[in-house]
Design a protein around this ligand. Structure first.
Ligand code: FAD
Length: 488
């Protein structure tokens, strides 16, 4: 396609014939499949889903783990339905789908069933964990009271300090980490006070406080795959198809070129690639995305959340669901969860730890043997009276190095303004549309965020195709915040 200038407001023309499809859906995760389903429900069946991997699911990614003869399905990516339903209130659509496709889940109460450790072994600091929960409630309430007054956003650390929370000891820091970083992947210093608060509120206050953990041997991804099987037909899905270039023109539509050189043309593309993929330029846009779009993409943060799975010949650890370890270094192998638990996969011998953010990136840069030796040494500190057996298997996924993801999920930094969010969601030239967890204002980072965004963009494009009008989503040409630099 020739390089067209990108106008601000585009009115689309009727599509010329002989394209491969009306809509190309780029990515087969929750957002992509939900967008496709919405098109289908609205009578638009002329779409093709392009997915680089060999299967659907995206960041719902399971892995067969364990020694031969003792293998189990573990979830490298999403594992929990976070927030289900309260009474007759709104139901989390992911919970609706989990029930529809009979995903095997178990209630997970990692705040109630917790054992705490520090560098001296098991040490009860559950009171500090409760304090941290109260501090988080204050953080959210204070953010909520700033919004109607139009008060400026700041970091969650500012919010914590202004509401009287100053963690200093390893135990206090671990308790705060459990509340905050473990959910958002970023520290309070790196996170927006207001957006972190509404994100939590919309997920848990809107739906419920309940978390359901998938222990389905088919993998949590079955939710996406089984849903797709209800409406996607043969030619509508192309797996093992990596997109390299997305060309677009307001008048001619889109052309998507794959890594093998094949090109497909359509009227519209829905790009559901992660924020990390967009940030790392793993996919090229022709012409380059406009400045307002690039600013939005590079102003949000792609977090990293890494689960480290270990299988041991026998269980030597806590009987609770989870454990919190307070190291002198904040975020050093702090959270541990037991799959070898009567409610989950008893007898599996599987324990997994989680690290996030900069610590995740650190371990991705280390040899696996070194990470294992650090992990075993931390377990030795937590359980000084146990002999830690040689693990039968050890596995983690390097999310930030993977060119199909470049991280785990998005988090909203204090410098990211609501106008940036508008621009992150906005279509470009009426032809390239964006959907995924990162574009969700209130549910970024969650499966339901990807679902709501895929659904809305699917609806919008169905509207365009059915000629109900197609003016595109608004965007803000220049996001302004120049007051600190002016004299006035
Ligand atoms: C470790 C981890 C833990 C998580 N835990 C939870 C949890 O417990 N609960 C929860 O609600 N959420 C959780 N999440 C977040 C949740 O997984 C995501 O919000 C959601 O899956 C994102 O869906 P999506 O459709 O927006 O993107 P994706 O799932 O990333 O889908 C995009 C698709 O695009 C494909 N793709 C990328 N590049 C290309 C290319 N060049 N060509 C073709 N295809 C390409 C990818 O392979 C992928 O399939 C977790 C995520 C991670 C990583």
């Amino acid at each position: 396609l020739p390089p067209y200038p990108v106008p601000d407001q585009t009115f689309l023309q009727a599509s010329p014939p002989a394209k491969d499809a009306r809509v190309l859906i780029l990515g087969g995760g929750v957002a992509g499949i939900t967008a496709a389903h919405e098109l289908y429900k609205q009578g638009v069946e002329d779409f093709i889903i392009l997915e680089a991997r060999h299967e659907l699911g995206g960041r719902m990614m399971s892995h067969t783990f364990g020694a031969p003869g003792r293998q189990y399905t573990v979830e490298l990516g999403a594992n929990w339905v976070q927030g289900t339903r309260t009474g007759k209130g709104p139901e989390n659509p992911i919970w609706t789908l989990a029930k529809k496709h009979s995903i095997l889940t178990q209630a997970s109460q990692y705040f109630d069933g917790l054992t705490t450790y520090d560098e001296t072994g098991e040490t009860d600091f559950l009171d500090l964990v409760e304090d941290a929960a109260d501090n988080f409630d204050h953080l959210i309430a204070s953010a909520g009271s700033r919004v109607p007054k139009g008060l400026v956003d700041a970091s969650a650390r500012t919010g914590y300090s202004l509401t009287g929370s100053y963690p200093h000891t390893p135990q206090e820091m671990a308790a705060e980490y459990y509340q905050f970083d473990w959910e958002f992947t970023t520290s309070p210093e790196e996170s927006s006070w207001i957006a972190s608060s509404w994100n939590n509120n919309y997920t848990f206050a809107t739906f419920s406080e309940e978390n359901k953990m998938s222990i389905d041997p088919r993998g949590f991804k079955t939710l996406v795959q089984a849903e797709a099987a209800t409406f996607v037909r043969g030619g509508q899905l192309r797996l093992n198809s990596t997109v390299s270039v997305i060309s677009y023109s307001p008048t001619q539509g889109v052309r998507v070129t794959l890594a093998d050189g094949q090109a497909l043309e359509a009227d519209y593309a829905i790009c559901t690639f992660s924020l990390g993929v967009l940030q790392h330029q793993d996919v090229q846009f022709e012409p380059a995305l406009p400045a307002w779009k690039r600013e939005a993409i590079h102003s949000m943060t792609m977090g990293v959340y890494t689960k480290l799975f270990l299988q041991f010949p026998h269980k030597f650890w806590f009987d609770s669901e989870a454990a919190l370890y307070a190291d002198r270094e904040r975020g050093r192998y702090p959270v541990w969860q037991s799959l070898d638990h009567p409610q989950f996969v008893p007898g599996s011998g599987i324990l997994f730890g989680t690290v996030t953010g900069a610590f995740s990136r650190r371990i991705e840069a280390l040899p696996k043997a070194q990470v294992l030796s650090e992990v075993i040494s931390v377990l030795g500190t937590m359980f000084p009276n146990a002999t830690i057996p040689e693990p039968l298997d050890f596995h983690y996924k390097s999310w930030s190095a993977d060119p199909l993801f470049r991280g785990s999920y998005a988090t909203w930094p204090p410098s990211f303004l609501p106008e940036h969010h508008v621009n992150l969601r906005a279509d470009v030239a009426g032809r390239v549309w964006f959907a995924g967890e990162a574009t969700s204002k209130y549910h970024f980072g969650y499966l339901q965020g990807a679902y709501f965004e895929g659904k809305e963009i699917g609806e919008k494009i169905a509207g365009c195709i059915k000629k109900e009008g197609c003016v595109g989503l608004e965007h803000v040409k220049h996001v302004k915040n120049a007051r600190p630099y002016s004299d006035g």
